[in-house]
Design a protein around this ligand. Structure first.
Ligand code: IPM
Ligand code: MG
Length: 366
């Protein structure tokens, strides 16, 4: 069968890890008798440079036509600005998430045995860590009303005129309801436990979140629901990460907590993600464009390949191929191969590899 994938290499290390993904998918196609067709489009800084906007209309149309979208990373210092009137690469990412209705962002946090030593946490705290962060992706603080106002009387020191800026954490009931369903359904396929993370002791939006999640929970009597305040969750992730099965939370809380959780795996370079909605799904590593190492051929392509694994599962229902890819990645790590981000003093010098070799090692084992 033919699967049409839209590639969005984006910026920084994006093109390097995209090339690895394409090569790996070629091998998977041959081995499993599937065919993958690729189209490529611009997003983020690359799109700003070429067209003046971070999310060109042609990119969105191509995404809607595709069976799945594979996005690498966007952003970089070149486009960093605090001027609200200048385009930012992130507008491309947020825009495509919103336009495709990708409200559910799934970020699995799984420890590879071989990488226990790569984590900054003591290995005994990683025992049994296997969690899924379900991040709400099209609402909350990222998409609420925001503005910058100038010459606002009283906003400066001593009552003088000055600037004012605000962002709004805004949710509608249905948005919380549907992400809660995603979390409970996922929990049913795992260890049947959901931590709903909020700040209900302070925020009105969190108090509604909590009410709605509890109402949805009534449909899932077989799943245990635990409320947790977000500051406590940040601490619990380090203190006792194995307590978590599924964690469901607001957009920005999820952004922050998933970066934190990635360090359990040893590197942000190991965290994949799937963004699902009602139409075309999008897959992307949770890491950024790493401009500091772009073009050096040292980026870890594994989060990208783990995102490909999620794509094979969720969009193409090719579980056998997905299992084979996961197994190949595990074996590469078991054999001691490391990109710099997951290497440590114990890594043999001859087992230190760059982006392309890491991809080829996975391909050999496929
Ligand atoms: C992520 C990233 C993005 C986000 C940025 C690049 C806009 O940090 O996917 O976690 O905040 O969602
Ligand atoms: Mg993030």
């Amino acid at each position: 069968m033919t699967h049409r994938i839209l590639l969005l290499p984006g910026d920084g290390i994006g093109p390097e890890i995209t090339a690895v993904a394409v090569k790996v998918l070629g091998t998977i196609g041959e081995r499993f008798g599937e065919s993958f067709e690729f189209e490529e489009a611009l997003l983020g800084g690359a799109a700003i440079d070429a067209t003046g906007t971070a999310l060109p209309e042609a990119t969105l149309e191509a995404a809607q036509r595709a069976d799945a979208v594979l996005l690498a990373a966007i952003g970089g210092p070149k486009w960093d600005t605090t001027d609200p009137d200048k385009p930012r690469p992130e507008q491309g990412l947020l825009g495509i998430r919103k336009a495709l209705g990708l409200y559910a962002n799934l970020r699995p946090v799984k420890i590879f045995d071989a990488l226990r030593e790569a984590s900054t946490l003591k290995p005994e705290f990683l025992e049994g860590v296997d969690m899924l962060i379900v991040r709400e992706l099209t609402g909350g603080l990222y998409f609420g009303e925001r503005a910058r106002q100038y010459d606002v009387v009283g906003a400066g020191a001593d009552g003088a005129a000055g600037q004012r800026a605000y962002d709004t954490l805004d949710y509608r009931e249905y948005e919380v309801e549907r992400i809660a369903h995603t979390a409970f359904e996922a929990a049913r396929t795992r260890r049947s436990k959901v931590h709903s993370v909020d700040k209900a002791n302070v925020l009105e939006s969190s108090r509604m979140w909590r009410e709605v999640v509890h109402r949805v929970a009534a449909d899932y009597p077989d799943v245990e629901l635990i409320d947790q305040l977000v500051d406590n969750s940040a601490m619990q992730l380090i203190r006792n990460p194995a307590q978590f099965d599924v964690m469901v939370t607001e957009n920005m809380f999820g952004d922050i907590l998933s970066d934190e959780a990635s360090m359990l795996t040893g590197s942000l370079g190991m965290l994949a993600s799937a963004s699902l909605g009602d139409g075309t799904a999008l897959y992307e590593p949770s890491h950024g464009s790493a401009p500091d190492i772009a073009g050096q051929g040292v980026a870890n392509p594994l989060a990208m390949l783990l995102s490909v694994e999620l794509m094979l599962r969720y969009s193409f229902v090719l579980h056998e191929a997905a299992d084979a890819l996961a197994a190949a990645i595990t074996r590469v790590l078991d054999d001691g191969w490391r990109t710099p981000d997951i290497a440590n003093a114990a890594t043999l010098p001859q087992r230190r590899v760059g982006t392309v070799s890491m991809g080829d090692l996975v391909i050999e084992r496929l």
